[in-house]
Design a protein around this ligand. Structure first.
Ligand code: PDD
Length: 292
């Protein structure tokens, strides 16, 4: 991290070079800029260490594979770049954002993956993840129709609909939105959706092309099952969610985020529920044991 006129400036990574953020450049012909032809990962950092890192790299490979995108960096180098950025920017708590695109070429709908050099950009964001307003107070959720494309399982940078969904939630006095397709909840705009039944089981819909296979979702399900919390992988309606004992979201940047109302209907007395808070603690403790 360097300082220019009193403003702390991050060091970011662009195509092999570590540069001050104001000097980082990507071509205007980059396919992610013109076509949304890029994939990304967000990995969290606690105590200067990466959470769930191998799973994030595995999903990056899967996303590239599904899009037939070249992958020309080794997993060792990806980890080394993350570590270097955490170190150079002094990140104790926050996230590392990674974006890989198909590359830069004159604008054309057709693309020649084999002859394109993928663009690789990484940057850090220092921010609290443990002691946050969301963890303390919970989130108000509204439901919106899921109008995204048919391959929501690929982590692409096409985030316009989720961004509009968050803006709609804000305009309706809420914090975030859950999306509903064919009568059932798919996921949150940038997170996976869970409910807690009155019997204390946690429920989340099964993986398919309609949702992102969340890394936090998978880890939490494993830790829950191991600690004796029943896990049900099945679809649920927004009506069932509004009537649930508790609800929560999972994502790399929030971990386990309590939901305190859905479409104006309060859950768990309008405050974070005990099962959710317990799972949040379990997730953080277990992840730290495995942090890299
Ligand atoms: N979002 N579903 C969607 C649509 C997401 O965008 C995300 C992550 C998740 C949760 O996945 P994970 O547990 O692997 O973070 C589910 C990231 C954090 C983002 O876009 O910032």
């Amino acid at each position: 991290m360097s300082v220019v006129k009193g403003v702390a400036m991050r060091t970011v990574y662009v195509n092999g070079a570590y540069v001050p953020e104001t000097e980082a450049k990507v071509s205007v012909f980059d396919r992610a800029f013109l076509f949304g032809d890029g994939i990304y990962e967000v990995a969290s950092v606690l105590g200067g260490k990466l959470i769930d890192f191998p799973a994030h790299v595995a999903r990056l490979h899967r996303s590239a594979n599904e899009l037939g995108m070249r992958f020309n960096v080794s997993d060792e180098d990806i980890l080394a770049i993350h570590r270097e950025l955490i170190d150079r920017n002094g990140v104790e708590e926050g996230v590392v954002y990674l974006q890989m695109t198909r590359g830069a070429v004159d604008r054309d709908f057709l693309f020649d993956t084999d002859n394109l050099e993928p663009t690789l950009v990484l940057f850090t964001q220092t921010r609290p993840l443990i002691d946050t307003p969301v963890a303390r107070n919970g989130l108000k959720i509204v439901s919106i129709p899921d109008l995204r494309w048919g391959r929501c399982d690929i982590k692409t940078v096409q985030l316009l609909y989720p961004s509009l969904g968050k803006m709609e939630a804000k305009s309706r006095g809420a914090d975030d939105a859950w999306m509903v397709r064919d009568g059932v909840v798919t996921e949150g705009t940038s997170n996976n959706a869970f409910i807690v039944t009155k019997n204390g089981a946690i429920v989340t819909r099964p993986l398919s092309n309609e949702i992102l296979p969340g890394i936090t979702r998978a880890a939490l399900m494993t830790y829950s099952a191991a600690s004796g919390t029943p896990v049900e992988e099945r679809e649920f309606t927004i009506e069932e969610a509004r009537d649930a004992a508790e609800a929560f979201i999972t994502s790399a940047s929030v971990f386990v985020g309590p939901v305190i109302s859905i479409d104006g209907i309060e859950l768990s007395g309008g405050k974070p529920g005990p099962v959710t808070l317990g799972l949040r603690q379990t997730y953080v403790e277990e992840s730290l044991k495995r942090a890299l």
